[in-house]
Design a protein around this ligand. Structure first.
Ligand SMILES: Cc1cc2nc3c(=O)[nH]c(=O)nc-3n(C[C@H](O)[C@H](O)[C@H](O)COP(=O)(O)OP(=O)(O)OC[C@H]3O[C@@H](n4cnc5c(N)ncnc54)[C@H](O)[C@@H]3O)c2cc1C
Length: 432
């Protein structure tokens, strides 16, 4: 099958590249779900991770049921809606499928000083060879329609309760928990505290004049623990948003959102236009907890707590985790999925953790230096190939000396290097 434009289906291409290794412990998958001996999977949650899981298992000839509590025609998504081709979505990148704007550059501005008396300290410009600002609800609708054509049993407007979830676990060989964060499985197990850290974020689709910026996109750091963004979909429409770390939130989200739009000269959204949601800060869930063999449940996407620690980007990670889980389940080595997932994301976590430290430790000057030093690297390489970013940093000895001269930054670098992440300290908080 092709992706609709004559190229190999992105999941099939992914599969060819994955090295699946058994650990010899057995996957714990139960057998004999479907009457005809075909293996069956229930996917709970029909956003990016769930759609990807349904797609992958269907390509592997499993019998697939997909449950989504909202209607795809009315779905409201809380997101900046920016994504790249790394997402491996098997749809043509057309406006009809929701891919509104090819965005060639993501510009990052870093300000120092107080938000009301701020000073532009540095700008990074990151080319994005195949990046899009989307109407994500349209993308999800088109993908769900494609799954139906492929024979997936797509059940929208069907929320899965805790009791339903247990029944699905009984009836299927495998249940994929793609319900976002905190996941339905964690609610059932009473372990929602195992997710560490999150950002509260608001976003809105607004109309205005974006001709100065279009087709590029912009992210703004203004010396608080969070950031705001404007991602134009056309010269006259954009997704604007703002997020804060949950322990450093403003008194009124909406007032702070309005003020940020005014500061940045973006249209101010109404309350009705604004969505409020949580951006998980990955890695927020211990990777070991992404496969629950006793229940026959695997967690993917935000349910697995894997969004980027610094940028909040989680779509490509969600899809990658689903594809990876499907390949491991099909080879009956699902017990190897947590380690495989962690190994793929570890470098990205490291860089994100260290860079985010500049904001957490109140050093926007260091952040602006980092952005200028790594400016010019493809936006996906910043996440996927952080060695490029580290190599660039190495060319700036004064900046590196500044970073190493800051004790908290040094501690961060050490914790990142030794994989000493915050989820390792959560064992007491989460009732395992
Ligand atoms: C404001 C904001 C801006 C963001 N911007 C970006 C961005 O620009 N680019 C990017 O890559 N990432 C972005 N992210 C992160 C990204 O949105 C998430 O990482 C991504 O949506 C994760 O996808 P998911 O499918 O795992 O989970 P979700 O998108 O949370 O989807 C979970 C799905 O499960 C369904 N569901 C939940 N419970 C049940 C149930 N019991 N039964 C049935 N269905 C259920 C929900 O209706 C939903 O459709 C942003 C996040 C936020 C909050």
């Amino acid at each position: 099958m092709t992706a609709g434009d004559g190229t190999l289906d992105p999941f099939d291409a992914f599969r060819e590249d994955v090295d699946v290794r058994a650990t010899g412990r057995g996957s714990g998958l139960r057998t004999g779900g479907a009457a005809d001996g075909e293996r069956s999977v229930a996917v709970v949650g029909g956003a990016m991770a769930g759609l990807a899981a349904a797609h992958a298992f269907s390509r592997l000839d499993w019998d697939v049921e997909l449950y989504e509590r909202q209607s795809f025609d009315e779905k409201r998504v809380n997101c900046g809606e920016a994504m790249t081709d790394v997402t491996r979505i098997p749809l043509e990148k057309t406006p009809e499928n929701g891919f509104a704007n090819d965005t060639p550059i993501f510009e990052v501005q870093v300000f120092t000083g107080d938000v009301d008396d701020r000073e532009l300290a540095g700008t990074g410009r990151f080319p994005a060879s195949r990046a899009y600002v989307t109407d994500r609800a349209l993308v999800e609708r088109a993908w769900a329609a494609r799954l139906r054509e492929d024979g997936v049993d797509v059940r929208e407007n069907t929320g899965v309760s805790k009791a339903d979830f247990d029944a699905l676990c009984e009836r299927h060989d495998l249940v994929v928990d793609a319900t976002g964060q905190p996941s339905l499985a964690s609610k059932i197990e009473g372990t929602t505290a195992e997710y560490a850290g999150a950002m509260t974020a608001l976003n809105a689709d607004v109309e205005g004049d974006f001709s100065d910026l279009y087709p590029d996109s912009r992210i703004v750091f203004e010396n608080y623990l969070g950031y705001s963004w404007v991602f134009p979909k056309s010269e006259s429409r954009a997704n604007v948003g703002i997020g804060w770390a949950q322990d450093r939130q403003p008194e009124s989200y909406m007032a702070a959102f309005e003020a940020a739009c005014e500061r940045n000269d973006w249209p101010v959204p109404t309350r009705e236009q604004a969505n409020v949601y949580t951006i998980p800060r990955g890695p927020s869930l211990d990777p070991e907890r992404t496969w629950l063999p006793d229940r026959g449940v695997v967690r993917v996407g935000d349910a697995a707590g894997i969004a980027n620690r610094f940028t909040g980007k989680g779509i490509s990670q969600a899809i990658e985790s689903s594809y990876l889980a499907a390949v491991h389940a099909d080879a009956d080595v699902l017990e190897a999925y947590p380690d495989a997932l962690y190994a793929r994301l570890r470098d990205e976590y490291r860089l994100a953790y260290v860079v985010r430290g500049a904001l957490e430790d109140g050093r926007p000057d260091i952040l602006s230096g980092v952005m200028e030093a790594v400016s010019g690297i493809d936006v996906e390489d910043v996440d996927r190939n952080p060695r490029k970013a580290f190599a660039r940093l190495a060319r700036h000895p004064v900046l590196v000396a500044n970073m190493l001269g800051s004790k908290p930054m040094l501690q961060r670098a050490w914790r990142a290097w030794t994989n000493d992440w915050e989820f390792r300290h959560l064992e007491d908080a989460s009732a395992r």
